[in-house]
Design a protein around this ligand. Structure first.
Ligand SMILES: Nc1ncnc2c1ncn2[C@@H]1O[C@H](COP(=O)(O)OP(=O)(O)OP(=O)(O)O)[C@@H](O)[C@H]1O
Ligand SMILES: [Mg+2]
Length: 291
């Protein structure tokens, strides 16, 4: 199914994804930037024909933005209208104001609601960017697929969503959260697989160009760089080269387009010039050996 969505992965990742779906257990993906962690959630949602609900995490993310919030403005209007009409029965008004009509569903609550296409895919992206109090909210959601709203009581999913959590490991996520998930480290793909990804995503690139791009990028990852390129960079770079009508790499082309692959001036300065020629020669040698 993933291959049908143009998502290329090995047996290991496909197996945990399958287990996560069949056991109904959240999948926790950790790995370098741009290796396809977020993309797998999109591929699963599209392959299963389910809605994708995405919660992008950031520092300071709180329950009001992630779970639910009362619609304060709508509540005020109702209060004012009741006052103006002179029929403000306090008890009745209170029950009405804290009913689900006045509830704004944020991604986590939305994911627990029934959806016509079946349980949605909930992507909790870059969970390492949130702070610990937020992880505590996630614990309740992920262990029981329920959230508790004081005024309404617990709301539980009839059918649990498919949950994918991703992390770039800028900090360790709490054990209690990880224990509720299946864990997988998404590594940089080996040459053959990365070439397959570039072929799938940039079919307009020539075979020579794609192979050279992948061999060069794989060589770059072995260098001592501040930020090594991910698969996303290989794809971007191949697209840039196609836009320049390139059919093969040359030191000059590489220097002109290095900004698609390296995003730090120090790294670019290190690789531009003589290093480019050396890395290109090495990439050519690897390709010659492989064929
Ligand atoms: N295995 C793969 N198959 C197909 N495309 C892939 C694969 N891995 C990565 N890609 C491509 O690389 C791009 C970046 O992937 P993605 O956004 O999922 O990375 P990420 O691991 O979430 O990175 P970050 O940590 O920066 O968020 C995607 O748009 C996708 O096109
Ligand atoms: Mg991502």
């Amino acid at each position: 199914m993933l291959a049908g969505e143009n998502y290329v992965c090995g047996r290991d990742l496909a197996t945990v994804a399958f287990l996560s779906l069949s056991l109904g257990k959240p999948l926790f993906l950790e790995g370098e930037a741009g290796v396809g962690k977020t993309e797998i959630a999109k591929a699963l949602a599209s392959g299963l024909g389910r809605k994708l609900i995405r919660l992008q995490c950031y520092e300071g993310l709180d329950a009001a933005s992630a779970i639910y919030e009362w619609n304060f403005a709508a509540q005020m209007i109702t209060i004012r209208t009741a006052e103006a009409a002179g029929n403000a029965d306090r008890e009745e008004l209170q029950t009405e104001l804290f009913s689900s009509d006045y509830l704004i569903r944020r991604p986590l609550l939305d994911a627990l609601q029934p959806h016509a296409e079946g349980p949605p895919v909930l992507l909790i992206d870059e969970v390492d960017r949130t702070d610990e109090p937020f992880e505590a909210f996630l614990l309740e959601v992920l262990s029981d697929f329920q959230v508790t709203i004081p005024e309404l009581g617990p709301i539980r999913a009839v059918e649990p969503p498919v949950v994918i959590l991703t992390s770039n490991r800028t900090r360790e996520v709490h054990d209690a959260l990880k224990r509720r998930c299946l864990y997988h480290w998404v590594d940089y793909p080996a040459f053959e697989r990365e070439l397959e990804i570039v072929r799938a995503r940039v079919p307009e690139a020539t075979e020579t160009l794609s192979a050279q791009v992948v061999a060069f990028v794989q060589g770059l990852r072995k260098e001592d760089l501040f930020k090594g390129p991910g698969v996303a960079e290989s794809i971007d770079w191949a697209r840039c080269l196609v836009a320049l009508d390139a059919v093969a790499l040359s030191p000059e082309l590489i220097t002109d387009t290095l900004g698609a692959v390296l995003k730090y001036q120090d790294d670019i300065a290190r690789i531009a010039g003589a290093e480019t020629t050396r890395l290109l020669d090495e990439a050519q040698a690897t390709l010659a050996k492989a064929s």
